[in-house]
Design a protein around this ligand. Structure first.
Ligand code: SAM
Length: 315
C-alpha cells in the first residue's frame, strides 16, 4: 500500500489538526486520538496528521498511487484554506511502499550473523527443527546475533534471577540461561504446550534444563503473582505485542537497581515509525516506546538489532 509524507513547518500544528478533522468530518470519517493525532479516512485512502518537531507531520496512504494523489490533494487544499495567516509549504515525498520498509539492509543483516560468537550445534539444530515443525511461525524465533546479545547482557549484569515472556521453541531461553550465574534461574512463560515441548527437548540437550522453570499460561498472571520486591536481574519481553505495556510495568517495578529489561520487536517491521498504522498493537508499541524514554525509573537505548530491541536499565 503506497504512502507518502509531508512535513509542514508551522507554529500551529495542533490547531490545524483540529480544524481539518472538524471540517472534513462533514464528508469523511475523522477522529482525534488520545495523543493528539488526527485521522481522516476518505473513500480512497486516509491521512494521519500529527503535531511533531516544530510542524505538522502528514502521512497519506491509499490503495494505489492515483488514489494516494487524490488524498494528498484534498488534504493539502483544505490545509491551505485554513492557513490564512501564514504561507505554508506542503511538499509530499514520492510514494513509497511501507510494507517494504527495510530497517537493516539484508546484506548487512547476513554479515552481522557471521560477526558474533557462532551458534553451537544445539542452537543450529533448534533453528532447523523450528522451521520444520512450525513453518512460517519460525520467523518469531530470535536471530542468532540477537541471541548472542542476550547472553552477553545477562552475563554482564551477573544475572541470577531472570524472566522470559514468550518462549516459543526455546532459542532465546537457551541464550539467556547460558549467561546466568552458576546458581541462576530463568522463569520462562508461554501459553503453548506444543511449541514449548520443542523447547524442553533442546534445553535438555543444551544442558540448561535444570535452571529453567517453564510456566504455561498467560504471562501477565504469572508476573502479577511474583513478589513485589525489586529482586529481578534480567527480563526479556517477546510475546503478544498488545500486552507489552503491562509486561513492562510489572517487570520494571521488580527490577533491582542495575537490572535490565530487554524488549524485542519494538519497530514492528517499521510500522511503529508510521502513524498511518493505527491498529491496537501499533498504538500500544508506539506509546510504550515513548513512555520508556520518559520513564525516570530507567535509562534506555533502542538498537536496530533485527526488528528493534530496547534495553532499559533500572536506575
Ligand atoms: C515471538 S514468540 C517468542 C520467540 C522466542 N523468544 C524465541 O526466541 O524463540 C512469542 C511467544 O509468545 C507466546 N505468547 C503469546 N501470548 C502470550 C501470553 N499472553 N502469555 C505468554 N506467552 C504468550 C506465544 O505462544 C509465542 O511462543
Amino acid at each position: 500500500m503506497p504512502s507518502s509524507t509531508a512535513h509542514v513547518a508551522t507554529a500551529r500544528p495542533a490547531r490545524y489538526v483540529k480544524q481539518l478533522v472538524s471540517h472534513m468530518g462533514h464528508k469523511a470519517t475523522t477522529e482525534i486520538s488520545g495523543d493528539g493525532r488526527g485521522v481522516i479516512t476518505l473513500s480512497r485512502g486516509r491521512c494521519v496528521l500529527a503535531p511533531s518537531g516544530g510542524g505538522l507531520e502528514m502521512i497519506a496512504t491509499a490503495g494505489d498511487t492515483e488514489a494516494l494523489a487524490g488524498v494528498q490533494d484534498v488534504v493539502t487544499r483544505h490545509l491551505l484554506r485554513f492557513a490564512t495567516q501564514e504561507d505554508l509549504k506542503v511538499e509530499w515525498t514520492a510514494p513509497a511502499d511501507a510494507e517494504e520498509m527495510r530497517i537493516i539492509d539484508p546484506v548487512v543483516g547476513d554479515y552481522l550473523l557471521t560477526q558474533c560468537t557462532p551458534a553451537d550445534e544445539v542452537l543450529q539444530e533448534l533453528a532447523v527443527k523450528t522451521r520444520e515443525a512450525t513453518g512460517d511461525a519460525a520467523e518469531m524465533q530470535v536471530s542468532h546475533d540477537e541471541g548472542a546479545l542476550l547472553t552477553m547482557l545477562v552475563r554482564m549484569v551477573g544475572a541470577r534471577r531472570a524472566i522470559e515472556v514468550g518462549v516459543f521453541t526455546g532459542y532465546s531461553s537457551i541464550c539467556i540461561a547460558r549467561g546466568l550465574a552458576a546458581d541462576g534461574r530463568l522463569l520462562a512463560c508461554d501459553v503453548s504446550d506444543e511449541w514449548t515441548s520443542i523447547a524442553r527437548e533442546h534445553w535438555q540437550r543444551a544442558g540448561v534444563a535444570d535452571r529453567i522453570d517453564l510456566k504455561i499460561g498467560p504471562a501477565i498472571e504469572r508476573l502479577r503473582a511474583l513478589p513485589a520486591e525489586p529482586e529481578l536481574d534480567f527480563a526479556f519481553i517477546d510475546a503478544d505485542k498488545i500486552s507489552y505495556p503491562a509486561y513492562y510495568e510489572e517487570i520494571v517495578q521488580r527490577l533491582r537497581p542495575g537490572g535490565l529489561v530487554v524488549l524485542d520487536n519494538v519497530f514492528l517491521g517499521g510500522r511503529v515509525l508510521d502513524p498511518a498504522y493505527q491498529e491496537e498493537h501499533h498504538v500500544a508499541m508506539r506509546r510504550l516506546n515513548d513512555a520508556i524514554v520518559a520513564d525516570d525509573r530507567v535509562e534506555s537505548v533502542m538498537l536496530p538489532v533485527r526488528d528493534g530491541v530496547t534495553i532499559a536499565r533500572r536506575r
